[in-house]
Structures are given as structure tokens and as C-alpha cells.
Write a protein that binds this ligand. Sequence first.
Ligand SMILES: [Zn+2]
Ligand SMILES: [Zn+2]
Ligand SMILES: [Zn+2]
Length: 450
Amino acid sequence: MYIRLAQIGSNIVTNNDQVQYYHYQCVNDFLADALDTDIIIIQSNNDIIENACSIRKIPKFRYTLLLSESICDLPCAKQLIDGHWSSLNDAIKSLNIKVNRIAQLPNREQKGSIYSFASYLYVNNGMNIAPERNLSHPTLFTYPILDCFFENQSQNKVIDELSKLKVIQPLELVERLRLCPNCDDAHLNYVDQCPQCHSIDISTEVSIHCFICGHVDNQDHFVNRCGLKCPNCLHKLKHIGTDYDRPIENLRCAQCSNYFVDGEVVAKCMVCDRKHTPENLELRSIYSLSAGSNIEKILFSEDLTEQTAQLGEVVGFKHFTWQLDWALKLASRGLFFASLVKLQFDRHNDDLQKFDKNKELRFKEAFINRLAKQFRVTDIITQKDELTYYILLPCTTDELLKIVLERIHTFVDSIVDEESKYLDIKVSVLSLDKELSIKNKVCEIFEKLI
Ligand SMILES: [Zn+2]
Ligand SMILES: [Zn+2]
Ligand SMILES: [Zn+2]
């Protein structure tokens, strides 16, 4: 039996009778061919992460032994490649370990990305998933392997879901980030500004405070040929502490001439242009990740749909429908009442092209996370599709509902400005009282909310 070995870049393995050998100039040539292989060797160059990603993205190469031609020190490479080439014997040993793990997987049929990712973690037992620093990414860190399995999905959402299912767990804290609460971007500029007129045109000024008349002014105005002289009372100022001192205010605003001790610090988002006080920024901790405690359960026994959300978390639409049905049945017996709120995003068609898809995704994610904070822990929130959210508010009187709606409107008004050019948010509401609940089924209830 031959081992099929593909080499991309330099020739470091020579042909021998154990190996069926293929050589490619670059990863694209290899992917164009996409022959079944047992071992792939890629170059250890600057593009190693990108190249390994494009190989791992192809389902048939997810479990192939992928080696770099020499040692790769990047911590984030470990989630994509299996090590470096040293000898054919070593490669065969690693290959056998991998093949044995793969053989233990219950079945390889497609069950969705989470299942495939859990299988990947199972095969690569003990893998450490370190974040890659990526300055062009909105949150500055990404996990390349998540891009291979969950392409075009928000990594934060993916990580939240995988953590909840215990497919992954945090291993080590790598960084703590502050993000713009409006667009979830970490590209912030912290700047001092005038506390009175909020101009950033401020500068340090060395001043003098005359004890004789109390005059405070720029030091330049006190200096004359013979030393210091107050420009107001014309007294000579000889001794610091007796005749004069330097005030602790030393910042001057060029716009309004305000003179102050500390500037007001604001974080300006370089993406959406909003200014925020540092306390209002979203905090996010970036961890390296490892396989979670539920991997084997998920692969060998449990159905993922059995997993439920914690109180206060956004639930799946199926879960929500079940809960609404239960609420309606109780309400129709007069034992319960609730309100159902629908939030509908609408894109302006003509501006559709202008709104960047990733920006929209991040905006909506930041939106739903902050929206969730506006509700009680017993309110139930779901996202039906890309543009529709429902919230079930149990035991909410009309008066309370009014307050909640006001809060939603204030919240929506407070965040929508740049985005409002592209997205409208419509709020509609329905009271689930006894009469309505007797007459309508769940699907009819959803239809009543336009
Ligand atoms: Zn000012
Ligand atoms: Zn004076
Ligand atoms: Zn922003």
C-alpha cells in the first residue's frame, strides 16, 4: 500500500517505494487538483496560516495529516497543522494515530458544522486553539479554524454557542478588549478633550499664579528681562511659594480658552465615528480555547437540539415557538397573560449595496446583545431569521408594557443613526389575553404581528 503524499513548494521528500508522490508549486495548484492524499506538506512561509486554512476549509482535507516543512512557532498554527516534517517514519506514526482516532468516530455523515467541528477536536485530541492577532479584523483577534468550519458567521456568536454546548472551553486569557458598543469594533482612539466645549484642540500650558493680585496667566506673559513680573499688578515675583506658584490646571482649550486640570477622555470609534466614554465600552475577553467537556457526549450519544439556553439568553426559534404555545394554552384558560413584541429590521432596497454585510452582521449582533439587557431575565427573546426578532414578556400589564415599549423606542433611537440610512427598525406588539389565546394558534399569532 502506497502512502499518498503531496508536497507544496520545495522538494524535501525524495521518491521511494512506500510513497506515491505528488508535487505542486503552490496551494492553489494543489486545490485545483484536489487529489485524495494521506499527507500534505506545506511551506513554512508567511502565508502558512492562510494556506493551511484554505486546505482545511475543504471537507475532504479536514482530517488529512498536514505538516509544515520546518518547525512553525506560531501558536495559532497548532489548530490547523499537525506538526512539522522530520522523517517519513515519524509522519507515518502521526498518520496512524490520526487514522485510529478517525476510525473511532461513530459516523461521518454530515450533521452540521458543530458536529463536524466537534469531530475535528476529537480527532486532534488535546489541541490548543490560540487566537491569531489580525489588525484588519474588527475585533483584532480571530480563530482561523473557526473560519474553516463556520465561514461567514460571526466568530463571537459561534464561540458563545460552542461554549454553551461545551464543545470548547476557555484555556487561558490572552487579552481583554474594549469595543465600540455601537458596532462592536475594537479600533478605538482614546483622546483627551475640553470638558467644556468638547474640542480636542487642547494643549499643555505652563502658567504662573501671582500671590499679590491673584492673576493667573501663561508663564510667557510674566517673563521680562529682569526675571518674573506680574503683567496685571506689575510686582516683581522673586520666590516661588512666597510670591507666586504654578497652578495645577495646565491644559488650555484653543477653542473656548477654558483652563483645566484633566481633559475628558473619550474613545472615538474609527469605524462608525461615534464617541463613547470609556465606562460605556463593551468589554470582551479573548481566550485561547481547548476542547470542552461535552465533545464525546455530542459525538457518541446526545442530540444537540436537547441543549437549552440559560434564562435571559436568546433562545432558538423552535424553543420559542414551544414556549409561546405553552403560554397560549395557559392564557386560554385564564391562568396567564403575556405580551408578544416583534422587532423587524428592514433594509432600504436602493441602499442595499452600500451596506457592508459584515458591518450589518456586527451591528445586529451588538444590537441584540444590548437589547437583551433591556429585558427581565424571565422575558424570552428569539431571532427568527436574519431580520426578525420576537420577545415574549410574561405577566406584563398594559402599564408595564408601555414602559417596556418606551424603553425599546429610546434604545432604538439611541443607536440608530449611521445605520438608519440602511436599516429601519419596526416594533409591533400583541397582548396575549384569554380571548385572543382561545381563538388563535401559534402560527396565527405570528401572522397578527405585522
Ligand atoms: Zn473648550
Ligand atoms: Zn499680580
Ligand atoms: Zn463603532
